[in-house]
Design a protein around this ligand. Structure first.
Ligand code: MD3
Ligand code: FE
Length: 205
């Protein structure tokens, strides 16, 4: 439940274990159905380096990257189909923080053994006044967040299964990344690993 255990880490609101075990299992089942029609795919950075995190999405948009640069797409790169609807439980989490408008992208990141995400900003969306809401499932991840300049000092903390994090206001354009995960720690994903959902508003209303 949102609001049960709220903590501010380096200016960022984290709702620890906002989703209980049953809610995590429901969301995981939804993600497994999404993965069947929109299989997670691997991306290259614009610098031509393979990313270790696999991605797919629900909702209208999915973030995409290749040698041409970063952008949002509306068709799965392999199936060419639209992405499935955002899971109800994820929408319910978003609406606790942003009641005026629903997200149009639920980016789904899968971290297998050794996967990480380098320090970056999320700035391919049209309007930074909307929050980004993150939901973690599965293995713990060491999250790092700094300021709006790459050289700003950073702080790290662990995100665990069921945790919800909200990035808004001055943190919306903060540099952030995932240094590492503790592969196999959580029993939620039978084959191990971590799933992160980021709910976003990509198009302007
Ligand atoms: C801070 N994902 O998908 S979620 C991403 O755990 C991303 O998979 C990480 O960074 C993950 O872009 C971190 C938390 C997050 C998401 C968006 C943010 C933190 C953010 C946007 C601005 C500032
Ligand atoms: Fe990000």
């Amino acid at each position: 439940m949102i609001g049960e255990k709220s903590t501010i880490h380096h200016g960022v609101l984290v709702e620890t274990k906002a989703l209980n075990h049953d809610e995590q299992a429901i969301l995981l089942a939804d993600l497994q159905s999404i993965a069947r029609v929109s299989p997670p795919f691997s991306l290259m950075t614009r610098w031509g380096k393979p990313m270790s995190v696999k991605m797919t999405a629900a909702g209208r948009f999915c973030w995409f990257s290749d040698r041409k640069g970063y952008r949002y797409i509306e068709e799965h790169p392999l199936t060419k189909s639209a992405f499935p609807p955002i899971p109800e439980l994820a929408l319910a989490v978003w609406r606790q923080f942003e009641a005026d408008i629903d997200p149009d992208c639920c980016l789904i990141n899968y971290y297998g053994k050794g996967a990480r995400m380098g320090l970056h900003q999320d700035r391919d969306e049209a309007n930074f006044d909307y929050p980004v809401v993150s939901i973690s499932l599965g293995d713990p991840a060491l999250f790092r967040i700094g300021g709006t300049e790459r050289s700003d000092p950073t702080k790290s903390f662990w995100l665990e299964s069921g945790d919800v994090m909200v990035l808004h206001k001055d943190k919306r354009l903060a540099f952030h990344g995932i240094d590492r995960i503790k592969f196999g720690e959580s029993p939620l994903l039978s084959k191990g690993g971590r799933l992160n959902l980021t709910l976003r508003r990509v198009a302007n209303a």
